[in-house]
Design a protein around this ligand. Sequence first.
Ligand SMILES: Nc1ncnc2c1ncn2[C@@H]1O[C@H](COP(=O)(O)OP(=O)(O)OP(=O)(O)O)[C@@H](O)[C@H]1O
Length: 260
Amino acid sequence: MIKIKELTKKFGDHLVLDKVEFSIQDREFLVILGSSGAGKSTLLRCLNGLVQPTSGQITLNGMLYNKKNIREIRRKVGFIFQQYQVIGNLSVLQNVLLGRLGTKSFWNIFFTKEERVRAEEAIEMVGLVDKIYTRVDQLSGGQKQRVGIARAVLQNPQVILADEPVASLDPVTSEEILSLLKRINEENGTTIVCNLHQLDYAKKYGERIVGLRYGRIQYDGAASDLGVSDVERIYGNHLSMQPNTGKTVKPSSTIQVLTT
Ligand SMILES: Nc1ncnc2c1ncn2[C@@H]1O[C@H](COP(=O)(O)OP(=O)(O)OP(=O)(O)O)[C@@H](O)[C@H]1O
């Protein structure tokens, strides 16, 4: 379980997270929803130790995030990036094996036979067996994201943080990627925390939604309970998000979306 207490982050004078407080249960599929600049990425980066909070506290299974524990925490928390963060001139297999780097010491970066077998299994799970020796720069965006997911799976983390994993993908590929994350959540029992812009995906794939606006929590509850007034609090009461397009629309369209 991750516990977040009074998490505050300032960049200079800019308050990006303002005393954010909530817990993430084991095996949960949690969506962090909010418009651009709401603080979603900053929150996820704090949960991975990539960003140092200004104040507040995070614990993973009671273990406090601090310099001493950060390597162990990073082993338990995988990260999937919006822009994939794969190495173009390496093969799919080599990229996925990089998920084991966190367990290696500086003088021993060799991978075992067992790690290779597990990498092959992860590649099979994401549906890229036929591309296993293909250079990653020859893959489509959706395939690159699958490589990123397989790399995170090989790490065998307790939690996967996905920072807008479908922001650069078309709707069909987006659904495939989110379904894959859902499968990993259900079959492997991995907790998923996924940042999304798109309201309809949040409601379809999230069990629970935490809605952020200006770094403050506006909604924390079941995805199925998210209503029009909650959406307006998250996005502002004059504008709301339209599904998939990322365009802003008047609230009447939002009401239609929520009632279909
Ligand atoms: N390293 C940084 N230095 C200064 N300001 C930053 C830094 N990282 C983020 N910010 C600012 O913090 C605010 C929140 O950014 P963040 O990326 O967390 O929002 P977001 O909700 O993820 O937005 P998006 O959906 O556009 O990615 C933004 O105004 C951004 O400019």
